[in-house]
Design a protein around this ligand. Structure first.
Ligand code: CA
Length: 389
Protein backbone atom coordinates (compact mmCIF):
# COMPACT_ATOMS: atom_id res chain seq x y z
CA UNK A 1 0.00 0.00 0.00
CA UNK A 2 2.75 2.34 1.09
CA UNK A 3 4.80 1.15 -1.87
CA UNK A 4 1.91 1.87 -4.22
CA UNK A 5 1.48 5.28 -2.67
CA UNK A 6 5.15 6.02 -3.11
CA UNK A 7 5.05 4.78 -6.71
CA UNK A 8 2.04 6.98 -7.38
CA UNK A 9 3.74 9.91 -5.71
CA UNK A 10 6.91 9.48 -7.74
CA UNK A 11 4.80 9.12 -10.91
CA UNK A 12 2.90 12.30 -10.05
CA UNK A 13 6.20 14.03 -9.34
CA UNK A 14 7.55 12.88 -12.69
CA UNK A 15 4.43 14.14 -14.46
CA UNK A 16 4.66 17.42 -12.59
CA UNK A 17 8.35 17.68 -13.48
CA UNK A 18 7.73 16.95 -17.13
CA UNK A 19 4.89 19.49 -17.21
CA UNK A 20 7.11 22.07 -15.54
CA UNK A 21 10.06 21.28 -17.82
CA UNK A 22 7.76 21.21 -20.79
CA UNK A 23 6.25 24.55 -20.00
CA UNK A 24 9.61 26.12 -19.32
CA UNK A 25 10.83 24.58 -22.55
CA UNK A 26 7.80 26.06 -24.20
CA UNK A 27 8.54 29.38 -22.55
CA UNK A 28 12.13 29.35 -23.77
CA UNK A 29 10.97 28.31 -27.20
CA UNK A 30 8.45 31.13 -27.38
CA UNK A 31 11.13 33.57 -26.38
CA UNK A 32 13.42 32.11 -29.03
CA UNK A 33 10.70 32.48 -31.64
CA UNK A 34 9.96 36.01 -30.46
CA UNK A 35 13.66 36.87 -30.56
CA UNK A 36 13.95 35.31 -33.98
CA UNK A 37 11.47 37.51 -35.76
CA UNK A 38 11.83 41.02 -34.47
CA UNK A 39 10.27 43.32 -37.01
CA UNK A 40 13.11 45.71 -37.80
CA UNK A 41 11.70 49.15 -38.48
CA UNK A 42 11.96 50.13 -42.10
CA UNK A 43 13.86 53.25 -43.07
CA UNK A 44 11.55 55.85 -44.60
CA UNK A 45 12.85 57.64 -47.68
CA UNK A 46 11.34 59.96 -50.26
CA UNK A 47 12.72 59.66 -53.79
CA UNK A 48 13.13 62.70 -56.03
CA UNK A 49 14.20 61.55 -59.47
CA UNK A 50 14.79 62.51 -63.12
CA UNK A 51 14.48 58.86 -64.28
CA UNK A 52 16.84 58.27 -66.21
CA UNK A 53 18.57 54.88 -66.45
CA UNK A 54 20.59 55.02 -63.22
CA UNK A 55 17.64 56.47 -61.36
CA UNK A 56 15.41 53.62 -62.54
CA UNK A 57 17.84 51.08 -61.05
CA UNK A 58 17.97 53.06 -57.80
CA UNK A 59 14.18 53.34 -57.53
CA UNK A 60 13.81 49.63 -58.31
CA UNK A 61 16.35 48.72 -55.64
CA UNK A 62 14.60 50.86 -53.01
CA UNK A 63 11.24 49.27 -53.81
CA UNK A 64 12.69 45.75 -53.61
CA UNK A 65 14.62 46.27 -50.39
CA UNK A 66 12.88 44.77 -47.37
CA UNK A 67 14.32 47.39 -45.02
CA UNK A 68 13.23 50.42 -47.05
CA UNK A 69 9.88 52.16 -47.09
CA UNK A 70 9.37 54.52 -50.03
CA UNK A 71 7.08 57.30 -48.81
CA UNK A 72 6.57 58.73 -52.27
CA UNK A 73 8.24 59.77 -55.50
CA UNK A 74 8.55 63.20 -57.11
CA UNK A 75 9.93 63.69 -60.59
CA UNK A 76 12.02 66.48 -62.05
CA UNK A 77 13.52 67.46 -65.40
CA UNK A 78 17.19 66.55 -65.74
CA UNK A 79 18.30 63.40 -67.52
CA UNK A 80 15.17 63.81 -69.60
CA UNK A 81 12.00 65.91 -69.60
CA UNK A 82 9.82 65.78 -66.48
CA UNK A 83 7.04 64.15 -68.53
CA UNK A 84 9.41 61.38 -69.60
CA UNK A 85 10.80 61.01 -66.07
CA UNK A 86 7.22 60.63 -64.76
CA UNK A 87 6.19 58.11 -67.43
CA UNK A 88 9.37 56.14 -66.79
CA UNK A 89 8.64 55.95 -63.06
CA UNK A 90 5.06 54.87 -63.80
CA UNK A 91 6.37 52.23 -66.22
CA UNK A 92 8.75 50.90 -63.57
CA UNK A 93 6.00 50.80 -60.94
CA UNK A 94 3.82 48.83 -63.38
CA UNK A 95 6.60 46.31 -64.02
CA UNK A 96 7.15 45.90 -60.27
CA UNK A 97 3.44 45.82 -59.41
CA UNK A 98 3.89 48.82 -57.09
CA UNK A 99 1.24 51.20 -58.32
CA UNK A 100 0.46 51.89 -54.65
CA UNK A 101 3.39 54.34 -54.54
CA UNK A 102 2.32 57.96 -54.96
CA UNK A 103 3.98 59.83 -57.83
CA UNK A 104 3.94 63.59 -58.25
CA UNK A 105 5.24 65.29 -61.37
CA UNK A 106 7.49 68.21 -60.47
CA UNK A 107 9.57 70.92 -62.10
CA UNK A 108 9.84 70.94 -65.90
CA UNK A 109 12.89 73.19 -65.80
CA UNK A 110 15.51 74.42 -63.33
CA UNK A 111 14.91 77.48 -61.12
CA UNK A 112 16.75 79.88 -63.42
CA UNK A 113 18.51 78.05 -66.25
CA UNK A 114 16.60 76.46 -69.11
CA UNK A 115 16.29 72.68 -69.34
CA UNK A 116 18.94 71.23 -71.67
CA UNK A 117 18.34 67.89 -73.35
CA UNK A 118 21.96 66.70 -73.27
CA UNK A 119 20.92 63.69 -71.18
CA UNK A 120 19.32 62.12 -74.26
CA UNK A 121 22.77 60.98 -75.35
CA UNK A 122 23.11 58.47 -72.53
CA UNK A 123 19.45 57.88 -71.59
CA UNK A 124 17.77 57.84 -75.03
CA UNK A 125 15.01 60.11 -76.29
CA UNK A 126 12.51 58.85 -73.71
CA UNK A 127 15.09 58.74 -70.87
CA UNK A 128 14.88 54.95 -70.70
CA UNK A 129 16.16 53.72 -74.03
CA UNK A 130 12.70 53.19 -75.50
CA UNK A 131 11.40 51.06 -72.63
CA UNK A 132 8.89 53.71 -71.57
CA UNK A 133 5.24 52.63 -71.81
CA UNK A 134 2.53 55.18 -72.64
CA UNK A 135 0.86 56.76 -69.61
CA UNK A 136 -1.82 59.40 -69.30
CA UNK A 137 -0.38 62.09 -67.04
CA UNK A 138 -3.56 64.16 -66.77
CA UNK A 139 -4.53 62.63 -63.40
CA UNK A 140 -1.03 62.76 -61.90
CA UNK A 141 -0.61 65.43 -59.20
CA UNK A 142 1.81 68.18 -60.18
CA UNK A 143 2.71 69.97 -56.95
CA UNK A 144 5.99 68.27 -56.05
CA UNK A 145 7.08 70.85 -53.43
CA UNK A 146 3.77 70.29 -51.61
CA UNK A 147 4.19 66.50 -51.81
CA UNK A 148 7.71 66.76 -50.36
CA UNK A 149 6.70 69.20 -47.62
CA UNK A 150 3.65 67.15 -46.63
CA UNK A 151 5.72 63.98 -46.35
CA UNK A 152 8.40 65.87 -44.41
CA UNK A 153 5.91 67.26 -41.91
CA UNK A 154 4.34 63.82 -41.41
CA UNK A 155 7.75 62.13 -41.05
CA UNK A 156 10.04 64.39 -39.01
CA UNK A 157 13.70 63.97 -39.95
CA UNK A 158 12.72 62.38 -43.28
CA UNK A 159 15.47 61.51 -45.76
CA UNK A 160 15.12 62.68 -49.34
CA UNK A 161 17.24 60.74 -51.80
CA UNK A 162 17.85 63.38 -54.44
CA UNK A 163 18.68 61.51 -57.64
CA UNK A 164 18.07 64.45 -59.97
CA UNK A 165 18.50 68.23 -60.03
CA UNK A 166 17.45 69.75 -56.71
CA UNK A 167 14.71 72.00 -58.17
CA UNK A 168 11.68 70.44 -56.41
CA UNK A 169 13.48 70.28 -53.08
CA UNK A 170 14.61 73.93 -53.31
CA UNK A 171 11.05 75.01 -54.13
CA UNK A 172 9.76 73.00 -51.16
CA UNK A 173 12.25 74.78 -48.89
CA UNK A 174 11.26 78.16 -50.32
CA UNK A 175 7.51 77.57 -50.01
CA UNK A 176 7.29 75.41 -46.89
CA UNK A 177 10.36 76.18 -44.76
CA UNK A 178 8.74 75.04 -41.51
CA UNK A 179 7.73 71.66 -42.92
CA UNK A 180 11.15 71.12 -44.46
CA UNK A 181 13.03 71.97 -41.26
CA UNK A 182 15.53 69.26 -40.30
CA UNK A 183 15.09 67.25 -43.50
CA UNK A 184 18.02 65.06 -44.49
CA UNK A 185 19.02 65.27 -48.16
CA UNK A 186 21.51 62.90 -49.73
CA UNK A 187 22.67 63.72 -53.23
CA UNK A 188 25.25 63.33 -55.99
CA UNK A 189 28.09 64.38 -56.25
CA UNK A 190 31.13 66.60 -55.89
CA UNK A 191 32.69 65.73 -59.25
CA UNK A 192 32.80 62.89 -61.71
CA UNK A 193 34.88 59.78 -61.32
CA UNK A 194 38.43 59.35 -60.11
CA UNK A 195 39.55 59.29 -63.72
CA UNK A 196 38.05 62.73 -64.27
CA UNK A 197 39.16 65.25 -61.71
CA UNK A 198 37.34 68.46 -60.87
CA UNK A 199 39.25 70.13 -63.67
CA UNK A 200 38.63 67.61 -66.41
CA UNK A 201 35.02 66.70 -65.65
CA UNK A 202 32.68 68.62 -67.96
CA UNK A 203 30.22 68.90 -65.04
CA UNK A 204 32.40 70.12 -62.19
CA UNK A 205 29.64 69.83 -59.58
CA UNK A 206 28.15 66.70 -61.08
CA UNK A 207 25.43 66.57 -63.73
CA UNK A 208 22.54 67.26 -61.36
CA UNK A 209 24.07 70.37 -59.82
CA UNK A 210 25.21 71.58 -63.25
CA UNK A 211 21.58 71.23 -64.32
CA UNK A 212 20.27 73.44 -61.53
CA UNK A 213 23.02 75.14 -59.51
CA UNK A 214 20.53 77.73 -58.25
CA UNK A 215 18.58 74.98 -56.49
CA UNK A 216 21.66 73.83 -54.56
CA UNK A 217 22.36 77.48 -53.72
CA UNK A 218 18.89 77.77 -52.15
CA UNK A 219 19.55 74.70 -50.00
CA UNK A 220 23.05 75.82 -48.98
CA UNK A 221 21.73 79.21 -47.92
CA UNK A 222 18.63 77.93 -46.09
CA UNK A 223 19.82 79.34 -42.80
CA UNK A 224 18.12 78.18 -39.66
CA UNK A 225 16.34 75.21 -41.24
CA UNK A 226 18.90 72.67 -40.01
CA UNK A 227 18.93 70.89 -43.36
CA UNK A 228 21.23 67.89 -43.17
CA UNK A 229 22.77 67.79 -46.65
CA UNK A 230 25.08 64.94 -47.67
CA UNK A 231 26.96 65.09 -50.96
CA UNK A 232 28.95 62.20 -52.39
CA UNK A 233 32.57 63.33 -52.70
CA UNK A 234 34.88 63.01 -55.67
CA UNK A 235 35.11 59.42 -56.84
CA UNK A 236 33.73 58.11 -53.56
CA UNK A 237 31.13 55.94 -55.28
CA UNK A 238 33.54 54.64 -57.92
CA UNK A 239 34.05 51.29 -56.21
CA UNK A 240 30.37 50.43 -56.68
CA UNK A 241 30.51 48.97 -60.15
CA UNK A 242 28.88 46.24 -62.18
CA UNK A 243 30.34 44.64 -65.28
CA UNK A 244 28.71 46.15 -68.35
CA UNK A 245 28.43 42.74 -70.06
CA UNK A 246 27.80 40.16 -67.35
CA UNK A 247 25.43 42.18 -65.15
CA UNK A 248 22.74 42.74 -67.83
CA UNK A 249 23.12 39.11 -68.94
CA UNK A 250 22.60 37.88 -65.39
CA UNK A 251 19.57 40.17 -65.09
CA UNK A 252 18.12 38.52 -68.20
CA UNK A 253 18.93 35.00 -66.98
CA UNK A 254 18.03 35.31 -63.31
CA UNK A 255 16.31 38.63 -62.68
CA UNK A 256 12.78 37.73 -63.80
CA UNK A 257 10.52 40.30 -65.46
CA UNK A 258 12.17 43.22 -63.68
CA UNK A 259 15.63 41.96 -64.66
CA UNK A 260 14.67 41.72 -68.32
CA UNK A 261 13.12 45.18 -68.23
CA UNK A 262 16.26 46.65 -66.64
CA UNK A 263 18.63 44.88 -69.02
CA UNK A 264 16.78 46.38 -71.99
CA UNK A 265 17.72 49.92 -70.95
CA UNK A 266 21.04 49.13 -69.27
CA UNK A 267 22.63 47.50 -72.32
CA UNK A 268 22.49 50.60 -74.59
CA UNK A 269 23.31 52.86 -71.63
CA UNK A 270 26.40 50.81 -70.74
CA UNK A 271 27.53 50.81 -74.37
CA UNK A 272 27.46 54.60 -74.44
CA UNK A 273 28.89 54.97 -70.92
CA UNK A 274 31.92 52.82 -71.80
CA UNK A 275 32.13 54.16 -75.38
CA UNK A 276 31.67 50.59 -76.56
CA UNK A 277 34.77 49.39 -74.71
CA UNK A 278 32.89 47.39 -72.05
CA UNK A 279 34.23 46.88 -68.54
CA UNK A 280 32.94 48.16 -65.21
CA UNK A 281 30.28 50.85 -64.88
CA UNK A 282 29.73 52.87 -61.71
CA UNK A 283 26.25 52.46 -60.20
CA UNK A 284 26.16 55.81 -58.44
CA UNK A 285 22.39 56.30 -58.10
CA UNK A 286 21.76 52.90 -56.48
CA UNK A 287 24.87 53.40 -54.30
CA UNK A 288 23.57 56.73 -53.05
CA UNK A 289 20.16 55.22 -52.29
CA UNK A 290 21.74 52.36 -50.35
CA UNK A 291 23.82 54.84 -48.32
CA UNK A 292 20.59 56.57 -47.31
CA UNK A 293 19.10 53.43 -45.81
CA UNK A 294 22.26 51.60 -44.68
CA UNK A 295 24.12 54.31 -42.74
CA UNK A 296 26.58 51.67 -41.54
CA UNK A 297 28.07 51.65 -45.07
CA UNK A 298 28.81 55.38 -44.87
CA UNK A 299 32.24 55.20 -43.26
CA UNK A 300 33.25 58.86 -43.11
CA UNK A 301 32.34 62.35 -44.15
CA UNK A 302 33.81 65.83 -43.78
CA UNK A 303 31.61 68.68 -42.64
CA UNK A 304 32.21 72.15 -43.99
CA UNK A 305 30.92 75.21 -45.77
CA UNK A 306 30.16 75.13 -49.48
CA UNK A 307 29.23 77.57 -52.18
CA UNK A 308 28.13 76.76 -55.72
CA UNK A 309 28.79 78.70 -58.90
CA UNK A 310 25.58 79.81 -60.59
CA UNK A 311 27.46 81.57 -63.38
CA UNK A 312 26.24 80.72 -66.86
CA UNK A 313 29.68 79.61 -67.97
CA UNK A 314 32.10 76.71 -67.67
CA UNK A 315 32.07 76.99 -63.86
CA UNK A 316 28.30 76.45 -63.70
CA UNK A 317 27.52 74.04 -60.85
CA UNK A 318 31.09 73.98 -59.56
CA UNK A 319 31.07 73.48 -55.81
CA UNK A 320 33.67 75.19 -53.67
CA UNK A 321 34.01 73.34 -50.40
CA UNK A 322 35.87 74.65 -47.38
CA UNK A 323 36.51 72.41 -44.41
CA UNK A 324 39.38 74.24 -42.73
CA UNK A 325 39.53 77.73 -41.25
CA UNK A 326 41.40 79.33 -44.16
CA UNK A 327 39.16 78.05 -46.95
CA UNK A 328 35.97 78.78 -45.03
CA UNK A 329 37.11 82.34 -44.25
CA UNK A 330 38.03 82.81 -47.92
CA UNK A 331 34.57 81.65 -49.06
CA UNK A 332 32.76 83.73 -46.43
CA UNK A 333 34.42 87.06 -47.20
CA UNK A 334 34.83 89.29 -50.23
CA UNK A 335 38.19 90.21 -51.80
CA UNK A 336 37.56 93.81 -50.64
CA UNK A 337 37.17 92.68 -47.03
CA UNK A 338 40.29 90.56 -47.31
CA UNK A 339 42.23 93.61 -48.60
CA UNK A 340 41.02 95.75 -45.71
CA UNK A 341 42.14 93.07 -43.24
CA UNK A 342 45.55 92.95 -44.92
CA UNK A 343 45.86 96.74 -44.59
CA UNK A 344 44.77 96.73 -40.94
CA UNK A 345 47.23 93.99 -40.10
CA UNK A 346 50.06 96.47 -40.66
CA UNK A 347 48.36 99.69 -39.56
CA UNK A 348 46.22 98.76 -36.52
CA UNK A 349 48.29 98.01 -33.39
CA UNK A 350 45.29 96.22 -31.80
CA UNK A 351 44.67 94.03 -34.83
CA UNK A 352 44.04 90.37 -33.97
CA UNK A 353 43.88 88.15 -37.04
CA UNK A 354 42.40 85.17 -35.23
CA UNK A 355 39.61 87.31 -33.80
CA UNK A 356 38.81 88.81 -37.22
CA UNK A 357 38.74 85.38 -38.88
CA UNK A 358 36.51 84.14 -36.05
CA UNK A 359 34.04 86.93 -36.82
CA UNK A 360 34.00 85.94 -40.50
CA UNK A 361 33.43 82.25 -39.67
CA UNK A 362 30.43 83.19 -37.53
CA UNK A 363 28.64 84.56 -40.60
CA UNK A 364 27.42 81.14 -41.65
CA UNK A 365 27.40 77.72 -40.03
CA UNK A 366 28.68 74.66 -41.91
CA UNK A 367 26.09 73.73 -44.50
CA UNK A 368 27.16 70.44 -46.04
CA UNK A 369 28.66 67.02 -45.31
CA UNK A 370 30.83 65.58 -48.05
CA UNK A 371 30.98 61.79 -48.00
CA UNK A 372 34.61 60.70 -48.22
CA UNK A 373 34.56 56.94 -47.61
CA UNK A 374 32.00 54.19 -48.06
CA UNK A 375 31.91 50.41 -47.85
CA UNK A 376 31.72 49.94 -51.60
CA UNK A 377 32.12 46.16 -51.45
CA UNK A 378 29.03 45.68 -49.29
CA UNK A 379 26.98 48.06 -51.43
CA UNK A 380 28.08 46.29 -54.59
CA UNK A 381 27.05 42.94 -53.12
CA UNK A 382 23.68 44.32 -52.12
CA UNK A 383 22.95 45.53 -55.68
CA UNK A 384 23.93 42.17 -57.10
CA UNK A 385 22.05 40.13 -54.47
CA UNK A 386 18.80 42.03 -54.79
CA UNK A 387 18.50 41.96 -58.56
CA UNK A 388 20.13 38.66 -59.46
CA UNK A 389 19.01 35.64 -57.50
CA1 CA B 1 19.44 61.16 -61.98
Amino acid sequence: MEKNFLRLLSKAFAVLLSVLCGSSFLLINTQAVMAKKPNPPKVDIFLDTDTGVGDAVAVAWALKDSKTNVLGITTVAGNTTVENATKNVLTLLDVMGRTDISVTMGASEPLVKPHYNVGDVIHGLDGLWFQQQPHDLSAIPTDAPLALATAASENPGMTIVALGPLTNIAQAVQRYPDDMRGVKIITLELTGSETSSAHSDPYPGGFNVWNDPDALKVLLEADGLDLDIYLAGTGVLDSVTVDSATFPQRLIDKGGTLGQFMAAFLIPNFQIATMGAGGPVVMDDPALTILAVRPEYLKSYVEGYAKVSTNEDFTSGQIFFGYNVNTKAFLLSTPEEQSILADRMFSDPNFNLQYEIGLILMRHPDNIKVITEINGKKIKKLIDKDFVK
